[in-house]
Design a protein around this ligand. Sequence first.
Ligand code: FPP
Length: 229
Amino acid sequence: MKVPRHIAIIMDGNGRWARRQDMPRIMGHYRGAEVAEDITKACIDLGVEYLTLFAFSTENWNRPKEEVRLLFDLLRKYLTDKREELLELGVRLKFIGRRDRIGRDLRYLMEELERETSVSYRITVTLAVDYGGRDDILRAVNKLVRLKFDHVDESTFSHFLDLGDIPDPDLLIRTAGEKRISNFLLWNLAYTELYFTDLCWPEFTRDELLRAVEDFSGRKRKFGRVLDE
Ligand code: FPP
C-alpha cells in the first residue's frame, strides 16, 4: 500500500455528533480531541511523516463566545496534560495560523512545546489554530513586500507560507459529509487527493483512516501530466 507522506484533516461534525447524543456541542470537541490523539498514533504506526489538523479557523471567531472560550480552554488543557506523552510518542508539534489574537499564556505554551518537541521525533503534527488559507497567503505576500522582493518563484513563495518547507499534503480528509476546502491550506492543496466521509469526526476511527489510505493508494496521481498506459 502507498502511504501518504503528509495527511491533512478537516475535523468536521463535532457539534452535530454531540447534538445527536443530546450532549452540549463542546462534548463533541472533547471527543474530537481524543480522536485526534488516536489518529496521530495510527499515523505513526502507518509511517505517515506529517499530519496537519484544522483545529480553529479564522472564521471560527464568529461562533458563540462561550464555545470559542471552551475550545481554547480545551486546547490549553490538552497541550498541558499531554506534554510528556507527546515527547514519549515522538510527536514534533507545530502550529500554523495567526498568533496575534491568541492569549499570551497559550502562545507561550505553544512556542514552548514547539521548541521542546523539535529534537527527536517520528511524526510532525501541525495544528492549525486561527488559521485561514487566504490569511496565510496574504501574510506571506506582506512579508515578501517588507523584504522588498521584486520577483518570487513557487518554491520561494511556499517557503514564506506557514507550512514553510513541509511538503504539500498528499491526502486531505474531511469528515461529516461536507465537500469543501473551507479556506484550509489553499496554496498547499493544489495537487492533493481529496477524501470525504459522512462520518462525523468523533466517529472517525483507525479503520476509517486505513480505508482513506487504501483509497488514496489506488489513485493515479498525474500532477497535470499524461501517464503512460
Ligand atoms: C468542527 O466541528 C470542529 C472544529 C471547529 C474544532 C475542531 C477541534 C477539535 C477536534 C479539538 C482539537 C483539539 C486538539 C487538542 C487537537 P463543528 O463544531 O463545526 O461541527 P458541526 O459542523 O457539526 O457544528
